[in-house]
Design a protein around this ligand. Structure first.
Ligand SMILES: Nc1nc2c(ncn2[C@@H]2O[C@H](COP(=O)(O)OP(=O)(O)O)[C@@H](O)[C@H]2O)c(=O)[nH]1
Ligand SMILES: C=C(OP(=O)(O)O)C(=O)O
Ligand SMILES: [Mn+2]
Length: 622
């Protein structure tokens, strides 16, 4: 306390003193001394403090005002536009190698990051912020403290998370909290991080602390988002619940029936666009906690806002988010094109100017980067940050429910051009967890640095964030069912099937129909066709839903093409997945191999009888 009294001015010191937690005091004193900021601001839950942070983002030039009130734009460095997987490491004692996890010796990592952070805030202001993960005052709640010299990061967190200063005060010494220490490092004239060669994101799993330096992109810096996610996965696996890369939404069934679904797709594969679809209600778009209560799986959104991809958002397909983005509510646009105070982005469905300012600085149509690549108007991973309270279709009751909502169905999906059908249902929990979750593969996207379009193993869409050995994670999933009286149904979707010429087989809004079908299946309202890989919809049910939901004719030809069981591709996939689990992952539950083997057998038998490509009509006739 004495150290803190020396380091903080009176007003800020009093704010900290009101929290009775010596561990917090120690952590703050140590880091404030180490980071050497010129000034420290402590954020309470007051409107005034939140305003202060918003104003500082403008004052320091990290954000600029746009024409519409409450809209701002923020830019990240041209080479800091996505998650940096290479430099994101889990610090573990002895640097133990864990397959698929990027680990580093804890002592070495802490030493390196401390050196990079020594005095890094000289001449800058440090913001100390308190938030919670999950709904307040509930079993889901996890308090967290964020230290950052980026007012943009702090501002984003105020939009995305529930305030936690009062919670820290309430919990006092009992608070077991996560810690995040971030510095954007030295900035260039555009106020973007300069020393990208020294960009590091180190996750200390022992101390439940994450350090991030020389970067600004939200996926690398917003502590409570993908950084905390590594810590919550570890906690969930230890305690026997699920912390998932999933949206949470309400699908509206017949006669006002409400059914909640979660959905795990890798970054840039449709979580946000599914959760925001017009017919239904959004609860969350990225991170969900699922816990068993009295034998029922209940889900809660970890966040209260959306950090969503803006490319492709257009008035036809995304009327709700389009409206939100054009209303005067608080929004941060990042890495978009700005002309005369208005934001523009790729594929927005309206004409966009041929010059302005974007993530590359002054921009004109045809401008090339150092590598000779033409720079599009906005970055593919350009985003918007907005609170869910501004969505006309938010389910606020579900968002704030201290016990979460009952999960009726869980969906897995990815970018797969040729193997999985658009939608199918697992035979049971085990079948879904193994063949849909643990076997998920998806093409890489612009949400991470590196090559795009490469098919990659991505179990449960969570591999980038995995913080425990994969075998343990899957065992926890399989065992979760034993805590339930009634397990959620498991489904898999694929929005990204293509024909021989590379054209999409589905329209972006077809997912509205798949959702309605899944809702009916959760309640046993429609029959389905049994295939070797699970249950698929009957043509008649989809044709009716296409008419009712989208007012569209759905042809038998389209159905047949989309739902054909592609035996060679499916078998090849089982080979790939089995090989990975046999050769690369340790301590895999034996059940996983059994379930894969059963699926292979079913596929081989079906091929014997019907050939390589099996029409759903043939299977229905059986
Ligand atoms: N072809 C196709 N693209 C889609 C579909 N749904 C979403 N997308 C695109 O996928 C990208 C990422 O979607 P988003 O929902 O933000 O993904 P998230 O990162 O998982 O939340 C956007 O560019 C969307 O336009 C779909 O059904 N079909
Ligand atoms: C913030 C992210 O989430 P997503 O792309 O899943 O929306 C990210 O992956 O960097
Ligand atoms: Mn998203």
């Amino acid at each position: 306390m004495e150290r803190l009294e020396r380091l903080l001015d009176k007003e800020q010191f009093e704010k900290i003193r009101a929290i009775n937690n010596p561990e917090l005091h120690e952590f703050l004193a140590e880091w404030i001394e180490w980071l050497e900021p010129d000034k420290v601001f402590v954020c309470t839950d007051s409107e005034e403090d939140e305003h202060y942070v918003r104003w500082k983002a403008l004052y320091y030039g990290e954000e600029k005002l746009l024409e519409t009130p409450n809209h701002t734009v923020h830019y990240d460095n041209y080479y800091d536009q996505a998650r940096d997987k290479t430099n994101t490491k889990l610090l573990v004692p002895g640097g133990k190698e864990i397959p698929f996890l990027n680990t580093k010796d804890r002592d070495e990592g802490l030493k390196e990051i401390r050196e990079l952070m020594k005095g890094v805030m000289r001449g800058k202001e440090l913001f100390v912020c308190f938030f919670v993960l999950g709904p307040k005052n509930s079993v889901f709640t996890i308090p967290a403290v964020q230290l950052t010299d980026s007012a943009y990061v702090a501002h984003s967190e105020f939009i995305l998370y529930r305030k936690g200063y009062e919670e820290f005060k309430r919990l006092g010494r009992q608070a077991r909290f996560f810690r995040f220490v971030h510095s954007a490092g030295e900035l260039d004239e555009r106020k973007t991080s300069k020393n990208l060669d020294k960009r590091r994101i180190y996750i200390d799993l022992v101390g439940e602390t994450v350090y991030s330096v020389n970067t600004q992109y939200g996926g690398n810096t917003i502590g409570l988002k993908k950084l905390a996610f590594r810590l919550t996965i570890q906690k969930a696996v230890k305690e026997g619940w699920l912390s998932e890369h999933m949206f949470l939404m309400r699908v509206n069934g017949p006669n006002g029936r409400k059914t909640y679904f979660t959905g795990a797709y890798p970054s840039m594969c449709g979580k946000t666009s599914t959760a925001m679809i017009s017919w239904e209600n959004i609860v969350g778009d990225d991170l969900t906690f699922i816990m068993p209560f009295n034998g029922v799986a209940r889900g809660a959104n970890v966040e209260k806002g959306v950090f969503g991809i803006i490319q492709g958002v257009n008035p036809e397909d995304d009327p709700i988010i389009w409206k939100v983005l054009h209303s005067p509510v608080e929004i941060i646009f990042s890495n978009v094109l700005i002309k005369d105070g208005k934001p523009y982005w790729n594929e927005m469905g309206v004409e966009i100017p041929n010059e302005g300012e974007n993530h590359s600085g002054k921009w004109w149509c045809g401008k090339k980067d150092k590598e000779g690549n033409e720079i599009p108007p906005s970055h593919k991973n350009a985003r918007f940050t907005v609170s869910l309270e501004h969505f006309p279709n938010v389910d606020l009751e579900a968002l704030e429910a201290p016990c979460g909502v009952e999960v009726g169905g869980m969906i897995f999906g990815g970018r797969d051009k040729d193997t999985w059908p658009p939608v199918r249902e697992a035979f049971d929990w085990k079948h879904g967890v193994v063949t849909m979750g643990a076997a998920l593969e998806s093409e890489t996207t612009a949400a991470t640095l590196g090559k795009e379009g490469v098919r990659a193993f991505n179990p449960m869409a969570i591999l980038d964030f995995m913080s425990v050995p994969l075998g343990d994670y899957i065992r926890n999933y399989l065992e979760f069912e034993k805590k339930l009286r009634k397990a959620p149904k498991i489904f898999a979707v694929n929005y990204f099937l293509r024909d021989e010429n590379g054209n999409w087989l589905n329209h972006k809004l077809d997912k509205a129909v798949w959702l309605k079908w899944m809702e009916l299946r959760v309640h046993g309202d429609v029959d389905a066709i049994e295939t070797p890989i699970g249950y698929i919809p009957k043509y008649e049910d989809l044709a009716r839903l296409f008419r009712e939901v989208l007012d569209k004719e759905y042809t038998r030809e389209a159905y047949e093409k989309q739902f054909t069981v592609r035996v060679p591709e499916l078998l090849a996939k089982i080979e790939r997945i089995e090989k990975i689990y046999r050769e690369q992952v340790r301590e895999v539950p034996e059940e996983l191999f059994q379930v894969l083997e059963e699926e292979r057998k079913r596929l081989l038998e079906a091929r014997e009888r019907y050939g390589d490509y099996i029409s759903p009509f043939v299977l229905e006739g059986e």
